[in-house]
Design a protein around this ligand. Sequence first.
Ligand SMILES: [Zn+2]
Ligand SMILES: [Zn+2]
Length: 369
Amino acid sequence: MRAVAVYPQSREVRIIDHPEPRLAQGSDVLARVLEVGICGTDREIARFEYGAPPPGDDHLVLGHESLTEVVEVGPEVRGLAPGDLAVPMVRRPCPVATCTPCRHGRADFCFTGEYEERGINRLHGYMTERIVDDARWFVRVPRTLRQLGVLVEPLTVAEKGIIQALETLRRFPWFAPEAVQRREHGVKAVVIGAGAVGLLGAMALRARGFEVWLWSLEPEGGPQASLVESFGARYRSTSGRPLADLALEIGRIGLIFEATGAAPVAFQAMPLLGPNGIFCLTGVPGRKGPIPIDAATIMKSLVLRNQLFLGTVNAGPDAFRAAVEDLGVFAEQWPHAIERVVSTRHALDEVPRALVEPPTGTKSVVRIG
Ligand SMILES: [Zn+2]
Ligand SMILES: [Zn+2]
């Protein structure tokens, strides 16, 4: 069975022959991998900057964003049957008995850092033909999402941030959860970055009634801008323009959702957050030197304007379920926009090259099954 593997010691990325997985326990699921998304994390691992092979192995099979089809299930499996589409989650809990989040099924909030992640950290990933895992790590996906299911995992990043942001908005006695259902709370949100997480986050915010502006480098009037405008968000190019100028047309910004991982951009945007606002950071900055920031102004704003800064990583089962549901909503309401998020499809053989070439378009996907 073929797989894409990274060898950190010999600094190689290549197609390997990987052992065929088999059901080992009654609760196991054998699934055929249909598609796997490529993201910045995969590229970092392929540059040997990040990631770790399983203990005793010299290589790591890549891939954490996948869509699979169930082939066989163990006798104890309920709710999944051969032929079902399913997305496996990425992180597995740490073994530390006192890690409350992991013991409560929320390894995404693990505080020991001793968790494992498939395709990233000490567990082989999904860029292969078949996988086996315990049924509890799979989230079922309706058949109608065959073309879009590979976007579930990248969407969970945004979903977890939005779930946290909505929890925070509920602290206001005037913020009615029904207003989110009816999409009429009118909170203004700025999404920074038009990569996959930014675009999917902007769509998820639109689906929950936020007024959305998306700021990114690409020119206005271009294909990225038309994609953003097709789902009812407003696109503004940041190229050659201070972010403060872009904020003028919006008024009170209730949520800034940062999806670039660029620290200078994030800190330039912080003073633009309105009173009681939430600043949600999802991007991890690359290894660059320190940047100057006006710490006193940021601190003053945080205090005097009741602001909240929130970092979010990985995702729990709630975000996976929300992502599956939202993809269905996107497919129904904005089918052309969501279909355009997957920009390139590669064969497995092309992956070692695609990983080192500069990324093109929003989301590259490997077609396997
Ligand atoms: Zn990813
Ligand atoms: Zn833990």
